[in-house]
Design a protein around this ligand. Structure first.
Ligand SMILES: [Zn+2]
Length: 324
């Protein structure tokens, strides 16, 4: 995992025996990023949520988007020495919320901000950050901030009065650190690797990998339950697919063929499915043996190409005897 994403566009696939990747994706709705100009009062204002910050691993916190359009998931990575924020929300008012949430989880004076891509809801909250905070982004993304963001701000501002108010006083905030392909940031006890991976959603798409915690911030290159957004002709479907290959990890299981991350969710869904069926039957007063007689054929039918069906019995017995 240490060499994960080491070389941009490298064809290397990474072989790992254990896998703990969490994808915290920055989400944005299709309706917003591609909708024609015009007012749409039915949308909730794109406000970063207060008091909702969750810890997703030892060093990583996320302010969840709440599935509100034009609010990204925001990351806060806390080391012993410094803190990195990933994406800033739309406009200084949202940036202030990010800073208030940040203050709850980190007392580090040393602060970095990076952005996954140039779209205003990811970048323009930067204005609220103190002058001592250092803004980091890739050269390609910075070029898009300069040349494309003003038009996006105009376009977004025409959509609703709330968005217009959020973007009203936005001024460009130049970056303090630019990198070409990748850079490593040591936050003290935890390292972040920043990679330019675009073009997919935008030319400057940047991913951030938190090595010790095995957490990957994908920006809008990976969304959860949103269709991928192609906001302008700089987006690339072909390259998008290649980038997803790069994010992919290979799992070498203890038995059976080498596979991808799908193996983890398959195993999860088998175990979770069996656990909940056992609990159901137990609640109905069925014995462990009766549960097995029902569940063995049921799960063999669900997983027709899985071998060793004899082990279903022992799994049922385990779940049956384990306290909830
Ligand atoms: Zn976007």
């Amino acid at each position: 995992m240490a060499s994960f994403l080491q070389r941009r566009r490298s064809a290397t696939r990474f072989i790992v025996a254990l896998f703990g990747l969490i994808c915290a994706s920055a989400l944005a709705g299709k309706a917003q990023e591609t909708a024609p100009l015009g007012h749409n009062q039915s949308q909730p204002a794109p406000l970063v949520q207060e008091h909702k910050t969750v810890r997703v691993s030892d060093h990583v916190y996320v302010i969840p988007d709440g599935r509100v359009n034009l609010v990204p998931n925001i990351g806060i990575i806390v080391g012993s020495r410094a803190t990195l924020v990933v994406d800033a929300g739309m406009g200084p008012r949202n940036g202030q919320v990010v800073l208030r949430e940040l203050a709850k989880v980190s007392k580090n004076a040393d602060l970095y901000l990076t952005t996954t891509h140039f779209h205003p809801e990811h970048v323009t909250g930067a204005q609220a950050f103190p002058p001592s905070a250092r803004v980091i982004r890739s050269e390609v993304q910075q070029e898009e901030v300069v040349h494309k963001q003003p038009e996006f701000i105009r376009n977004f501002s025409n959509r609703t009065p709330e968005i217009k108010a959020l973007l009203q006083e936005v001024k460009p905030r130049p970056p303090d650190i630019l990198f070409d392909h990748e850079m490593k940031l040591d936050l003290g006890g935890v390292k972040a690797r920043l990679f330019w991976v675009g073009p997919a959603h935008t030319r400057g798409d940047t991913a951030i990998y938190i090595e010790e915690d095995k957490v990957l911030f994908t920006g809008d290159v990976v969304l959860n339950r949103f269709f991928p957004i192609f906001p302008d002709p700089d987006a690339s479907g072909k390259n998008w697919l290649a980038i997803l290959n790069q994010f992919e990890v290979t799992i070498v299981p203890g038995h059976g063929e080498v596979g991808d991350a799908g193996l983890v969710s398959k195993e999860q869904s088998y175990l979770k499915g069996l656990q909940s069926r056992v609990a159901e039957l137990k609640a109905q007063g069925k014995s462990s043996k009766e549960a097995l007689q029902l569940l063995s054929p049921e799960f063999q039918l669900k997983y027709p190409d899985w071998e060793n069906p004899g082990w279903i019995a022992d799994a049922v017995a385990r779940f049956y005897s384990e306290p909830d």
